[in-house]
Design a protein around this ligand. Sequence first.
Ligand SMILES: *Cc1c(COP(=O)(O)O)cnc(C)c1O
Length: 458
Amino acid sequence: MSEQKVPYKIYLNENEMPKEWYNLRADMKNKPAPLLNPGTGKPMTAEELAPVFCEELVAQELDETTPFIEIPEEIRSFYKMYRPSPLVRAYCLEEKLQTPAKIYYKFEGNNTSGSHKLNSAIAQAYYAKKQGLKGVTTETGAGQWGTALSMACSYFDLDCKVYMVKVSYEQKPFRREVMRTYGASVVPSPSETTEVGKRILAEHPGTGGSLGCAISEAVEVATSLPGYRYVLGSVLNQVLLHQSVIGLETKIALDKYGIKPDMIIGCAGGGSNLGGLIAPFMGEKLRGEADYRIIAVEPASCPSFTRGTYAYDFCDTGMICPLAKMYTLGSSFMPSPNHAGGLRFHGMSSTLSQLYHDGYMEAVSVEQTEVFEAATQFARIEGILPAPESSHAIRVAINEALKCKETGEEKTIVFGLTGTGYFDLYAYANYNDGTMTDEIPTDEQIAASIAKLPKVEA
Ligand SMILES: *Cc1c(COP(=O)(O)O)cnc(C)c1O
């Protein structure tokens, strides 16, 4: 098909939208290592997970053999309100860069929550409702996940309790108001509403809180209040499963025009958007049907893949959650307070960790100022104000397109544009004022938190 025929935006009709999620683990020869019970060192069973998570989500978490799982009708109806998300051909960016590369991005910021997180929030809220629960609890750091979950809960008339890291609660009052508008209760963490919160406040008066602490509070409330469960917005297998809708739509859209990408690029915090975007492509790669370069981009300030250790670790700083085998910087690792809020997680999805370990994907880390340089360039050329997290992928996509300019290769690049940056304007202000810095942990800092990894038999 001739080049001109590819429109600026490739949309799908409602009846072309995916009806099933794709479970990448079904095609992996080396399955991701199971979650372990930190008390016994044995794999977590469905019974052990049931008091914390919704039943059906536990089943999805543990299912590593079913390749396709039906997207329930109710979730598909909700998806239709903001999906399919556009796959955009970045003609303007290509022109500006004077590159022979063809650049496409899948834009997930086209909903009120402003990111891809709604794709899994609506699924998790649906299963909680179906189980007859009253509500769910969660933590939020940067605020995108809490916003998405409050939207999903209001749709299904579920109560939603969000523990928001205190510094972020104070610095991002507008995010908090969006959540409250959707009916969620938002509590700054650590708080006096939980035992663990009271303990932490007594030990560290005046603390601004952390994600790990907020998780501990949310889990305590979920397991002590009848009719409540805890939900998580990234890292877990179930979240990657729901996010596969991103990759499936991308593949259907590309196939319509006979386009085969050479490389697929995404930012990686806990791994959910990247795992979702690459899912069907990685499936083909695992089955030996096609080959793609797959690149995870992480901040140099929190480099789990590129400088982490592949080992069992806690998912939270509070050390109450199950152990996951993943590339980790150690659960006590404290990334410097940089602006890519949603990428500041010490670990990584165990599915992506296994794929990276087995050589199916690459990872690179990029520094904050070069990320904002790419974000600003992208905003000016393509019009969308990108989230700082998403801009990590933009940076590497532009770098790869510039390499093509040197070599003259017409590579096709697809990257994930996970969200918009309207709530990140302090970060943009820092960049515009020239006060933004690049913080990179030393080898000693990383070694110190790695030394505290839990001891687990191989
Ligand atoms: C949360 C978030 C991310 C990172 O999370 P993943 O689970 O790695 O996808 C990236 N971009 C945006 C906009 C986010 O909100």
